[in-house]
Write a protein that binds this ligand. Sequence first.
Ligand SMILES: [Zn+2]
Length: 342
Amino acid sequence: MPESTILETTHKAARPSPGRGINPSGRMMRAMERDAEARIARALDRMRRDLLRGLNENNVRWLPQRLASREILQPFTDSMVSVLRDIAFAGAEFGQEQVERFVFGVQKSADRMPFTWWSPGLYSRMDAAGISVKFVKHRKEELEKSGLDESAAFDAAILDYYNDRLADEWTLKKLGVRQLINISWDLANEAAAEWALWHGQNLSGQLAKVTSTRIQKLVSEWVGNDESITQLAKRINNPKFGWFNPKRARTIAVTETTRAFAEGNTIAWKESGVVKKRRWNTSVDEMVCPICGPLHNVVVGIDGTFPGGHQNPPAHPRCRCWITPVVGGAEERETGLGQHGL
Ligand SMILES: [Zn+2]
């Protein structure tokens, strides 16, 4: 399928539809892929140049091992971690937005912000919990008179409201309201960064290992023929060698963008405490994929594993599937709020 068609179908499939949650925009995903591709291509290129620097008759036999040396592997690992972290952060942010916009059916909207001291996302959290703006404004004014500064007064006003209206600890937990008022997206970012470090190290180790095996093969062949060192280097430098070329950068970029974004989403949903399940979505062009086709629309728990043992997309190299949050117990939430007169 030509690239333009993939872009179009993915984008169409990614349009938000009421009641189904927002999906990542195909355009945003493709932009991240392109950025990742350029950065990975540079990192692979640097790895190749570092590897071949100072190559001679004496050290040629150590070439495969040199690839796994800290000196050559570390800069590559650093680049991979940095690419993954950026995408995982974007994924976590998007996951947060999904929680705010669709879990609570509240759209962030600037014209609904009644105060100048507004903070992003606060309106949806208050609205979700049924906090009355009028009440908070009133309490804030009272508290300010008592000498608290503006933001402390505001925090106190909100907490007062909760204390007055929601005394039942268990209900708070059940509704996820407690997590919402104290929600810290910094924690999601921390978790995303940790994941990027862990996965980036594993990934670059694996990539180096498979590349090293190919170099080993090349060196073994070279030992058996009468080529010069320069000719060996030329073989490695040739894009046809396939292990440092743009095509490989592209495959890694597509696959890892899919992975890091889904990972970031999951981290944010877990952090929210209200997303209980997640759904696998397949790009239209992947519906015919024997691996991803059967996974389309499959729903598992927030910590669950999809059929085939996949924790999250990607299911295969260059997979462009994505996941969306499924909120359990919407009726339960409404009932709970109703009981407390919210
Ligand atoms: Zn897929």
